[in-house]
Design a binder for this molecule. Structure first.
Ligand code: V47
Length: 382
């Protein structure tokens, strides 16, 4: 044990929390952290020690590089049959503010951020009771036809499972058809917290944790990469968070299909959970750092600036994150839930955030290939 402590210590690790010493040693020995380690990290207040440790791993994997991308969010509908307590975005079909984009409207929305030459469309929406599966196939095929060089990252595991059930198709067939239409990968949403006790309160209308993981497994099996998220800062406890991370890590061991882990800070305003507090900077930074330490088989940890604010996302680049996401252009889900961040950021603003953090900004595409730009076009290095 003495040798173990001195290993971490020799590398400059310092803490006044004795629970962190053996964890630090495991990190330096490249040993996997377990459930108890993850819980101890969440319970520790020594954010500088945790962040320092996560930064060691982050720099081992990515050196000084920090990634961002030029993307556009499209939310084709906010009509949703579910009524999740975590959500301020979904509406019933005839409720005020409900909308569904006609295909042409979705194409126009896609084009409206095009002056920045986006490399990715990020598409998520509500579970619409009547939109046929064909709408989604046409949406994706139509976007691919109009913007062939743009990567389409669309539909959460929850939307995929819903479309499969409504279309009376298997998950695999649903994914295959979407892939055939031009779907390139899937975003990480809908995972929330896998623990059923929590899920019943925050999103009892959604597929359960096992179904989310099974849908991701199927996507990875047919060659579609995806991201993974955790929604935190509501009623979950440290064990729920640790359990969530370990379940993601187990599936990643099996499929290697996850690209990036993105902790999403809960925004309570205008939701049935609006009596809850918003997250603090301390928890936001811990989520990034602990994600980096526990998810040893994930390449990337994203500090999504929209969720954490540009200021916290910037600091997170020194606490384990290697990515801050993108220009976004127009964000609805968190702004309906009271987010005060801008709707989008220009490319040069992302570059400034990264540069001031002392990192080297690298524009990436969705698959983390570097993007080189001229004024109006881009090339992706392969
Ligand atoms: O699944 C909904 C979350 C997610 C709230 O893969 C809320 O690159 C906070 O999937 N407060 C959808 N969060 C967004 C999503 C996403 C976002 C950014 C990047 C990526 C990626 C994926 O938004 C939902 C849910 O977890 N959400 N309501 C709310 N009130």
């Amino acid at each position: 044990m003495d040798t173990a402590i001195s290993t971490a210590h020799r590398h400059g690790f310092q803490t006044d929390d004795p629970r962190l010493q053996p964890i630090a040693d495991k990190v330096f020995a490249r040993e996997r952290l377990n459930f108890e380690d993850a819980v101890s990290l969440y319970r520790s207040a020594d954010i500088l020690a945790i962040g320092w440790l996560a930064n060691q791993v982050r720099e081992r994997l990515h050196g000084n590089v920090a990634y961002f991308n030029v993307n556009r969010h499209i939310n084709p509908t906010n009509v949703c049959v579910a009524a999740c307590r975590l959500c301020a975005f979904g509406r019933k079909k005839d409720a005020p503010g409900a909308y569904t984009m006609a295909l042409e409207e979705a194409y126009q929305t896609a084009a409206s951020g095009y002056s920045e030459a986006v490399t990715e469309f990020h598409i998520v929406g509500g579970l619409h009771p009547d939109l046929p599966f064909q709408y989604y196939l046409d949406l994706i095929a139509g976007l691919k036809e109009r913007f062939p060089q743009v990567h389409i990252k669309a539909l959460t595991m929850v939307e995929i499972a819903f479309l499969a059930r409504r279309g009376k198709l298997t998950i695999e067939e649903t994914l295959r058809q979407l892939k055939g239409a031009g779907l390139d990968s899937l975003p990480g949403g809908g995972a929330e917290i896998f623990n059923e006790r929590v899920r019943r309160v925050i999103c009892d209308h959604k597929i359960d944790g096992d179904q989310w993981l099974e849908t991701a497994r199927t996507a990875h099996k047919i060659g579609l990469k995806s991201n993974a998220t955790m929604l935190y800062g509501h009623i979950e406890n440290e064990e729920d968070r640790a359990d969530h991370l370990l379940r993601l890590r187990n599936l990643q061991d099996e499929t290697h299909g996850f690209q990036t882990y993105i902790p999403l800070a809960f925004h309570p305003a205008n939701t049935p959970l609006q009596h809850l507090f918003t997250t603090t900077g301390m928890l936001d930074l811990k989520q990034i750092a602990i994600g980096r330490l526990v998810l040893d088989n994930f390449s990337h940890i994203k500090a999504y600036w929209q969720m954490m604010s540009p200021k916290i996302a910037q600091i997170a680049l020194r606490f384990g994150a290697d990515d801050i996401d993108g220009t976004v252009i127009e964000e609805k889900i968190y702004h309906d839930a009271g987010a005060t961040t801008p709707q989008g950021l220009r490319r040069r603003e992302l570059v400034r955030l990264i540069t001031e953090a002392g990192r080297e900004p690298v524009e990436r595409d969705t698959m983390y290939r570097p993007v080189t730009r001229t004024e109006t076009s881009f090339t992706i290095s392969v």
